[in-house]
Design a binder for this molecule. Structure first.
Ligand code: ZN
Length: 222
C-alpha cells in the first residue's frame, strides 16, 4: 500500500513501505523502567507498512482495544536498499528523519509475552505508527539528534541519540544483516524513558532538534 510521506517543507513523497523495523530496547533508562534485562543482542520487531499513519493535527487511537501507551522515537526513512551493510555505509540509505509514536497496547502485550506468544496484535495494528513530517536529507544524515514529547503542555519524554545503546549507524547495520531495508521502509530507533498512557483529547507536541515538527489532538479511532 502506498503511503504519502510528508516533509517539514510541505513536500510529499509516495513510497510503498514494506515494513517498519523497530528496536525493543535501546535506551538504558527505559529498560530499567520496564524492569527488563539489558539485551546482549538488539531486540527487533516489525510492524507492517499498514501501521503507518499521519501524526499531525489528529492522531487516531483504537481506545476500545484497551490502554494505549505512547513511545516517542526518532524515525528514519530509508530511501536506498540496504542489505548486510556496514555501520560505516549504512547512514547513506537514510533519506529523511522525524518522530514517530510506537503505539502499544501494553496490557495485551504483557499478556501475550507471558504466554510466550507473538506481540503483533499489541504493536502492529493499523495506525500503530503515527509519523510526523520528516526533515529530508540527501546522503548527509547526521546521527546526533534530540527530541521532546509533551502531552497537554507537560514534558513526558526526552530523547538524545547520544544515550542510545546502539547509534543509528550500528542499528541500521545490524538490522540489515537480518532484514533487507527497502526504499519507503521506516526504522524506529527505540524509546527513551517516560512511556505512558495516551487518552482521547490529549494535545501532543513533538519537538525535534529544537523545532516543533508536529502538534496533534488524540481522537478515538475506528
Ligand atoms: Zn518502541
Amino acid at each position: 500500500m502506498s503511503f504519502s510521506f510528508q516533509s517539514v517543507d510541505q513536500r510529499k513523497l509516495a513510497y510503498t513501505p514494506s515494513k517498519i523495523v523497530c528496536v525493543g530496547r535501546n535506551y538504558l533508562e527505559h529498560i530499567q523502567e520496564l524492569e527488563n534485562e539489558i539485551p546482549d543482542e538488539a531486540v527487533f520487531f516489525i510492524k507492517p507498512g499498514t501501521a503507518l499513519s499521519h501524526l499531525c493535527q489528529t492522531c487516531e487511537i483504537p481506545t476500545y482495544r484497551g490502554e494505549i501507551h505512547y513511545e516517542c522515537e526518532l524515525a528514519l526513512l530509508i530511501t536506498q536498499k540496504l542489505t548486510r551493510a556496514s555501520a560505516e555505509h549504512s547512514l547513506d540509505a537514510v533519506g529523511g528523519y522525524g518522530l514517530a509514536l510506537d503505539l502499544t497496547l501494553r496490557q495485551l502485550q504483557s499478556e501475550l509475552k507471558e504466554k510466550g506468544l507473538p506481540w503483533e496484535k499489541a504493536k502492529a495494528f493499523d495506525g500503530s505508527c503515527p509519523l510526523s513530517p520528516l526533515k529530508m536529507v540527501d546522503g548527509n544524515f547526521s546521527s546526533r539528534h534530540r527530541f521532546n514529547f509533551s502531552i497537554n503542555g507537560k514534558l513526558r519524554q526526552t530523547g538524545d541519540s547520544r544515550l542510545m545503546i546502539r547509534d543509528s549507524a550500528h542499528l541500521l547495520a545490524e538490522i540489515s544483516q537480518w532484514f533487507t531495508l527497502m526504499p519507503g521502509d521506516v526504522v524506529l530507533t527505540g524509546t527513551p524513558a517516560g512511556v505512558g498512557i495516551l487518552s482521547e483529547g490529549d494535545e501532543l507536541e513533538l519537538v525535534l532538534d529544537g523545532t516543533v515538527v508536529c502538534r496533534s489532538t488524540v481522537v478515538k479511532g475506528r
